[in-house]
Design a protein around this ligand. Structure first.
Ligand code: TA6
Length: 298
């Protein structure tokens, strides 16, 4: 990594870092260690940042890669082993990590990539109503591809069970023209039809609101975007499930931090451990959820 630049910026209430390498630019917030945007120089953005994003403490930004941890989505939809970890009454959607400040451990030249590392210190016993001791780190590698690795290590004396996701928002020219390959033939949970299990026929094209949990996913999924002549390839490990989401017209109107037509320019593929793919960490054990995001011209 020949040269790189790090600038601190304040977006609304959020402390952020803009990190520029010779290949790409990344904007990341201290809250949630949330990547807000990522773009390879000379290309359209790879990750999407909502035009109407709200940069407020305690609210996850509609952008980039929110980290959902130690549960995904509504806690009530998680297996009992994940629900039992939380002792509170009101469980926020997508867990506790995305709205808390993480600590930047370092930014360093790792040879072929720039390594950025964050930790959530509160996960070691100080999260509200989640009394467990877990070392939680997010490592980001900015090189030829963007690599994200979320590692949980159980530092306590009893098992901990989590669900989680790297809730990635991808930028597309027009979601109605894009498709997701790699899901052909997979079983999925259709959360919009009473969580019924169905089977995917062919690649996924978007024709309406979409909110699905794909099961037993392969290592590689891709977004094919013919207008931008681009394929975004997601290669994951430590995950057997993925959530694919687009709010479409009506749901987008309900989201205060998304323009009414914002749904056209994004789609989420969330590398996950959800449904029956949760992670049980025995005392001392660790587990990493990883995704490598690369784009190629088609
Ligand atoms: O991952 C899909 C999903 O759980 C959807 O159901 C949708 O609500 C989305 O995440 C966004 O959630 P948020 O809490 O960030 O508004």
């Amino acid at each position: 990594m020949a040269t790189y630049k790090v600038e601190t910026e304040l977006h609304g209430e959020l402390n952020c870092w803009r990190i520029t390498s010779d290949r790409a630019e990344l904007l990341i917030a201290q809250q949630g260690a949330q990547i807000l945007s990522y773009q390879c120089i000379g290309e359209p953005p790879l990750l999407w940042l909502s035009d109407q994003a709200i940069f407020r403490q305690g609210k996850s930004v509609r952008a980039g890669v929110p980290v959902c941890w130690p549960w995904f989505g509504s806690l009530q939809r998680n297996p009992p082993s994940v629900q039992a970890m939380y002792k509170g009454e009101q469980a926020p959607a997508h867990g506790l990590a995305r709205t808390r400040d993480w600590q930047l451990l370092g930014i360093e030249d790792a040879g072929t990539a720039l390594r950025i590392e964050f930790e959530l210190p509160q996960a070691k016993g100080d999260l509200p109503d989640w009394p467990h001791d877990v070392e939680l780190k997010l490592q980001i590698l900015m090189g030829d591809a963007l690599e994200l690795s979320l590692t949980s290590r159980n530092m306590g004396n009893s098992p901990v069970t989590i669900s989680q996701a790297l809730h990635s928002y991808f930028a597309v020219s027009d979601v109605r023209q894009a498709r997701v390959e790699g899901v052909e033939g997979l079983d999925y949970i259709e959360t919009l039809a009473d969580w019924e299990q169905r089977q995917q026929q062919g690649a996924l094209a978007f024709t309406g609101e979409t909110d699905r949990i794909y099961l037993n996913t392969p290592a590689t999924l891709s977004i094919v975007d013919p207008h931008w002549n681009r394929r975004i390839k997601l290669t994951s490990s430590g995950s057997r499930s993925a959530v694919i989401w687009n709010p479409w017209t009506d749901r987008a109107k309900e989201l205060v931090d998304m323009a009414d037509d914002g749904w056209q320019r994004m789609l989420c593929i969330e590398t996950a451990n959800v449904w029956d793919d949760v992670v049980e960490l025995k005392p001392g054990a660790s587990s990493a959820l990883k995704v490598t995001i690369a784009s190629e011209v088609i």
